[in-house]
Design a protein around this ligand. Sequence first.
Ligand code: SF4
Ligand code: MG
Length: 320
Amino acid sequence: ASPLLRVKNVKKHFLVTNSLGRVTGKVKAVDNISFEVRSGETYGLVGESGCGKSTTGRTIMRLIEPTDGEAIYRDKNIYQLKEKELLEIRRAIQMVFQDPYSSLNPRKRVGHILEETLKIHHIGNKKERMDRVMSMLNVVGFQPEQYFRYPHEFSGGQRQRIGLARALMVNPELIICDEPVSALDVSIQSQVLNLLNKIQREFNLSYLFISHDLSVVRHISDRIGVMYLGKIVEEAITDELYKNPLHPYTQALFSAVPIANPELKRERITLKGEVPSPLNPPDGCVFHTRCPYATETCKQEIPMKKMVAPNHAVACHLYN
Ligand code: SF4
Ligand code: MG
């Protein structure tokens, strides 16, 4: 499949200043990230909290302006677009968040909330908008009478379905899902994931799926990028990544999770120390302070992401 979105060398750095206004450090929240989301696929971005995956998602929509890099959507660099073209990108790319409730106006009926999206983008007349709302409510499994309900009348899982219906209203091509099931019970999680799969086929959608949850990401993704301290350290198609994780961080992350497949017995790798702060992160390989294989080279030279198999790339000096 051809790339729909190409993220190239994107950085988001923040300067930190003290009370006298003097710069005391730099937070490298996202540090030189490149990946692509192909048409019709789900690209999973996985990593622990604070690794920069949400910031990555938000810079694509320019909810946060990046420090550097490019995000090419079809043939347009999102970072160079003027207001009007940006509005069109914000139709084609939608976002779904962990807590849809915070973005659903409590005083408005669900039908009106969904209709609002069409109004922002000047789509349809009253009758057409109403038809579209009914049809999207149906797609996410609601009856027409839900139109008149208020957000607080729905459960967490139902609200996430409303969030999805709202994203679908404007016929997007790509949905950035930021921890969309993390606030839900496990049984509800699989319902929402199944719904995501169903509507992906139905509308030929692509997803950028951001999550800290390895089993969720595995369930939904075609390809996965593993993030650590603002960088993608490994990237592969899902099966390959779980069968043959190469980066020491990925290996440690996976070894901490019980594996359902008994053929994949793995030694449990325990990492020393905590994730360092993204404020003034380590030189060289950002993982060297915790890596059991770190050498002198690792402390000085940043490992570049290299292809080691047709669908597998890793950024680690062990694979030179
Ligand atoms: Fe470990 Fe070195 Fe590989 Fe980094 S580059 S993960 S420190 S072996
Ligand atoms: Mg996050």
